[in-house]
Design a protein around this ligand. Structure first.
Ligand code: LIP
Length: 268
């Protein structure tokens, strides 16, 4: 068994257990534990509990690996492998009872930042939807058992694009200006509320493309590999890695078109 497959099997096992916990806690009622970068940037007790479960499982089964989680931060390891985790991506959806949220778990090698890491395995599990997206480097990506392969949009009606808006209202004018610049490429826009699901949907052909300013490494680490292994591209403008400045995800030609549409972006 390859290292990638071994890491993926563990990611899937833990993501499924963690997702079932998140789903159970949602059914029991969700409490907001705190706000973070802005009033709209919330964390629930479930976010924290789910990340703790994931961290404890990984610590038991791979004690020498590093960890980078949205809620509990970073811890170095000795193995050269780091687990990049978003316990509940789509937290606002989760808090409102919108069943579109996912546990995102990726294993990466190298420095644990998107500019330098090599993603080896990724699992995105949406428990309320009963859908599991997986990828192992060099071994393809799947939705359940279905092999994924991205396609460029056809038919001339434009691309079905997804995006998002930051938690800080001060960023919304810039987000809307960027959306206006990309709109000529689109047949329509979706705002799904979970970057991991957005990017996985591009891999599955449910969206043609995605772009968003302000998402974090844990939001895209697993889904980005799912997309790459389906023949898609994830990154920032100018060949840079995805970052809080901008993340674009699409088949290669559409990626370039979105990148060009954003190139007048003043970064506001
Ligand atoms: C969310 C992203 C989403 C973005 C939200 C938020 P979280 O991550 O998945 O795409 O629009 O602002 O960043 O906070 O739910 O893990």
């Amino acid at each position: 068994m390859s290292q990638e497959t071994e890491l993926l099997e563990l990611a899937v096992d833990i993501a499924c257990e963690a997702g079932q916990l998140a789903h159970r806690r949602r059914s029991e009622g969700v409490a907001i534990a705190a706000t973070k970068s802005a009033l709209a940037d919330i964390v629930t007790d479930a976010d924290r509990e789910v990340e703790l479960l994931i961290r404890q499982r990984l610590s038991r089964e791979r004690p020498d690996d590093g960890f980078l989680g949205e809620e509990s931060g970073a811890e170095g390891g000795a193995s050269g492998i780091t687990w990049v985790v978003d316990p509940i991506d789509g937290t606002v959806n989760y808090a409102y009872g919108i069943p579109v949220y996912a546990v995102s778990i990726a294993a990466v090698s190298g420095q644990p930042d998107p500019e330098h890491w090599t993603a080896l395995a990724g699992a995105v599990f949406a428990p309320a939807l009963g859908e599991l997206f997986t990828a192992a480097r060099g071994e393809g990506s799947h939705l359940g058992r279905e092999r994924l392969a991205v396609q460029e949009p056809t038919g001339g009606a434009g691309a079905l694009l997804a995006t998002g808006f930051g938690y800080d209202p001060a960023t919304h004018a810039g987000d809307l200006a960027r959306l206006a610049r990309v709109m000529p490429l689109a047949r329509d826009i979706r705002r799904i509320g979970s970057a991991a699901i957005d990017i996985s949907y591009v891999a599955a052909g449910r969206l043609d493309g995605y772009f968003e300013r302000g998402i974090n490494p844990w939001d895209h680490a697993a889904a980005g590999l799912v997309l790459q292994e389906a023949g898609g591209r994830i990154g920032g403008p100018g060949g840079r890695a995805p970052s809080t400045t901008m993340t674009i995800a699409a088949a290669p030609e559409l990626f370039a078109a979105i990148e060009r549409a954003l190139e007048a972006d003043t970064g506001v």
